[in-house]
Design a protein around this ligand. Structure first.
Ligand code: UDP
Length: 327
């Protein structure tokens, strides 16, 4: 394995994947339209600016770099926005991914690693969320990812495309050298918003809903460190390289934390108070999303060793002090 095409390599998770790929001796070729990514985050291999909706451009990039595999991160990924603008999510995520998958098959690039989401499971109380769990996504974002998983399954059956699908739980933290990190414009994710609120970069955090059926009334999520998450992708590539076939893996720790618990952890780590106000629920949010699967550990040998709340928040805070992108 020499070269991997990384769509969304200028984004938060994709840029961290490029870093670990380069460290593993693999050249990451970033393909990104810079709609939500940052050129400054492309530090570990060549950059090809382009849009997944442009099939000709994709074909040119496959011909120029002849990648051995694809890691597909590029997507619109905000739950709330997906409820207000479903058309953008279906076009960008589903049509864009279909173009990419067809271009990969046409180029004979048959190993495909895909970023899916726990949002695919929807709101299922008292159900263990493992990979065989029924899928009932409750937002357009999750539905768009479910559709792409189905496309991959069909292309596997018809054309022999091998895919590793990772269903992410909540990703947080940053590169431990703070060379890259999480930076969205606008920011919607909990940990960077907490750090912004602490620093006074914006007003108080709004806690979205305090009347959920959870011990403290706020939503529960399973947070995983971005560096652990991208390490799983390298293991996924090896899995495919060994010809072990298509497989779906949850990437979470199995431990859930409420919004209030994340706030308390941030206060403990930083020694600063988090200004926050209680607000209404955000459309599309599930009550509790916690992985119930050990599959990635058993099959891939994955251990999310950095994924404590303390480590994720302190790594995010280190990046947050120095890091932001401008272009
Ligand atoms: N959240 C919140 N206030 C915010 C942003 C997020 O209370 O300003 C909550 C959100 O309702 C969810 C959790 O924090 O329960 C994680 O949300 P995030 O947007 O970070 O990730 P998601 O779960 O949507 O992938």
């Amino acid at each position: 394995m020499k070269t991997v095409l990384v769509t969304g390599g200028a984004g938060y998770i994709g840029s961290h994947a490029c870093k670990v790929l380069a460290r593993a001796g693999i050249t990451p070729v970033t393909f990104d339209n810079l709609a939500t990514g940052w050129q400054e985050a492309v530090k570990f291999g060549p950059f090809e600016q382009g849009d997944l909706l442009d099939r000709d451009r994709l074909d040119d990039v496959f011909a120029a770099h002849r990648p051995d595999a694809v890691m597909h991160f590029a997507a619109l990924s905000q739950v709330g926005e997906s409820m207000a603008q479903p058309g953008r999510y279906w076009r960008n995520n589903v049509t864009g991914s279909l173009n990419l998958i067809e271009a990969a098959v046409a180029a004979g690039c048959m190993d495909f690693v895909f970023s899916s989401t726990c949002a695919i499971y929807g709101d299922q109380d008292n159900v263990v969320l493992d990979e065989s769990c029924a899928q009932h996504p409750i937002n357009a974002y999750g539905k768009s990812k479910r559709a792409i998983e189905e496309i991959l399954e069909d292309f596997g059956a018809a054309h022999g495309l091998q895919s590793v699908i990772f269903r992410y739980f909540n990703v947080a933290g940053a590169d431990d050298a703070a060379e890259i990190g999480e930076f969205h414009q606008p920011e919607t994710h909990l940990v960077p918003l907490i750090l912004d609120a602490i620093d006074g970069r914006r007003g108080a955090l709004t806690v979205f809903g305090t009347d959920y059926d959870t011990p403290d009334g706020t939503c529960i999520r399973d947070y995983v460190h971005v560096m652990d998450l991208v390490e799983a992708h390298v293991l996924g590539l090896r899995w495919l390289g060994a010809g072990k076939g298509s497989r779906v893996f949850n990437l979470g720790t199995g431990h859930g934390f409420s919004v209030r618990e994340v706030i308390a952890a941030a206060e403990a780590v930083t020694g600063r108070e988090v200004p926050f106000a209680e607000g209404p629920r955000r459309a599309g949010d599930a009550t509790r999303l916690v992985s119930g699967s050990m599959r990635a550990g058993q099959d891939l040998g994955w251990t999310p060793g950095r994924s404590t709340l303390e480590q994720m928040i302190s790594d995010a805070a280190r990046w947050h002090k120095v890091g932001h992108y401008e272009s």
